[in-house]
Design a binder for this molecule. Sequence first.
Ligand code: ADP
Ligand code: SF4
Ligand code: MG
Length: 323
Amino acid sequence: MNAAGEEGDEGPVLSVRGLSVRFLLSGGRQVPAVTDVGFEVAAGECLALIGESGCGKSVLASALLGLLPGNAQAAGEAWVRGLDLVAADEGTLARRVRGRLVGLVPQSPAAHLTPVRTVRSQLAETIRALADGGVVTVEGAAERAAFPLDHLDRYPHELSGGLAQRAATALALVGDAPLLLADEPTTGLDRDLVDHTVDELRRHVDAGAGRALLMITHDLAAARRIADRVAVMYAGRIVELTDAASFFGEPGPRHPYSRGLLDALPDRAFRPIPGMPPELSALPDGCAFAPRCSRATSSCATLPPATDGTACHHPHLLEDLRA
Ligand SMILES: Nc1ncnc2c1ncn2[C@@H]1O[C@H](COP(=O)(O)OP(=O)(O)O)[C@@H](O)[C@H]1O
Ligand code: SF4
Ligand SMILES: [Mg+2]
């Protein structure tokens, strides 16, 4: 990293530090949707950001793309290839970030694609806008995402969910962005298509070219399938950040919320976490998970510091995880 805090090509592809986003509502109310989030994603790596609905995952994604609504305030830093996405102005975001530094694989590809234009025409337009020197052809862009060439002249409504997802992925890949950002890329797909879609995303990371993938999902099976590391978000904060093998395998997660997420899976204990996530506009002091946590004590009324990747006063220890 240089003196300006910029990452060179050798550093992580994405480096997020102290990122916070709050929404300002009428009457002076505030919603802290993302609070003091920090993580890195390296070239060739997939980081899965997981957590229940409403915990701030998509707000974080919007912050990285400069797509926050007008009533949002962002603070902190998010560096990609020497550019701080949080500080970038709209012109820079449009010219250098969206599609070029960050390729977005959207949650609802059907809604993301323009309904009145064929896949071919949308790919051609994106290539004109993003690819330098006309080296990329529509067919080449489609093939990269395994989109069938004989479907290029179809309109989005003529595509299955899986093919719409591939069309959206092809668009996201055109600009050769070092960071692929996939926000719930498997919503509405059946299990086989989920597996196929995330395998494809993994393939784009493994294909070299120094690409990294930040995959936002509430689908733990999808995360388990392709992630190298896992970040668990609760009430706007990352409460655990660890490698995927130890998270999903042995010794398992250390944060009680992470363990609750895994225990809720049908192929595990199938035991839901009691209670509901808190209203972000009315978070308790201290650990936001305390009202739902069986390990909570009076010390949890103060905010737990993140130690060894886990923000908890009483994390599960290796010994009791093995017991
Ligand atoms: N435009 C907005 N105005 C106020 N609050 C918002 C706005 N958009 C999102 N939020 C708040 O941010 C929280 C996180 O939303 P989101 O990031 O979409 O969650 P998810 O983790 O499901 O992607 C929501 O629970 C909501 O309270
Ligand atoms: S800090 Fe306390 S309440 Fe929060 S997860 Fe850890 S043990 Fe539970
Ligand atoms: Mg979301």
